[in-house]
Design a protein around this ligand. Structure first.
Ligand code: RP5
Length: 161
């Protein structure tokens, strides 16, 4: 049996307003030279777009990163429609500082998992790094890029403040 491997990541988000957080995810993937697509897909405002994206996702993507805020049902809804791994990024909401987003994404009932990272920019960055680790299992170039990233990060930490 021939194994199909795609080394592309989808970054989706529920609203244009999420891009100020998700742009950090874009930056990391660019720096690691990983191909990706970025789309706005809203679970409640564009449900048809969500359905079509998720149903077609297995043809193009190895990992989906989904950022959403508030009731944040986007990552879970996508995960219910595909077996591509989904990483959810809880966007920091204005009213509850992202705790609503975090709990919505992390508390998926059993059967449909969504990997959940931290609220906000740190989560967006870690989602990209985690997606890169997943792709790195079968792609040595990506795994090497990730190792170089870690080396650069370590070097950037000064010994004294
Ligand atoms: C969610 O509602 C989005 O993911 C966003 O975080 C939040 C607010 O959206 P806007 O009102 O800014 O479009 O669907």
């Amino acid at each position: 049996m021939k194994l199909k491997m795609y080394h592309k990541i989808a970054i989706v988000m529920g609203s244009q307003s999420d891009f100020s957080t998700m742009k950090d995810c874009v930056k990391i993937l660019k720096s690691l030279k990983i191909s990706f697509d970025v789309k706005i897909v809203s679970a409640h405002r564009t449900p048809k777009r969500l359905y079509e994206f998720a149903k077609e996702s297995e043809k193009s993507y190895s990992v989906i990163i989904a950022g959403a805020g508030g009731s944040a049902h986007l990552p879970g809804m996508i995960a219910s429609l595909t077996t591509v791994p989904v990483i959810g990024v809880p966007i920091e909401s204005k009213k509850l500082k992202g705790l609503d987003s975090l709990l919505s994404i992390v508390q998926m009932p059993r059967g449909i998992p969504v990997g959940t990272v931290a609220i906000g920019e740190g989560g967006a960055i870690n989602a990209a790094l985690l997606a890169a680790s997943i792709l790195g299992i079968s792609n040595s170039k990506i795994s090497n890029q990730l190792k170089q990233y870690r080396i650069r990060q370590t070097k950037s930490v000064k010994l004294k403040p």
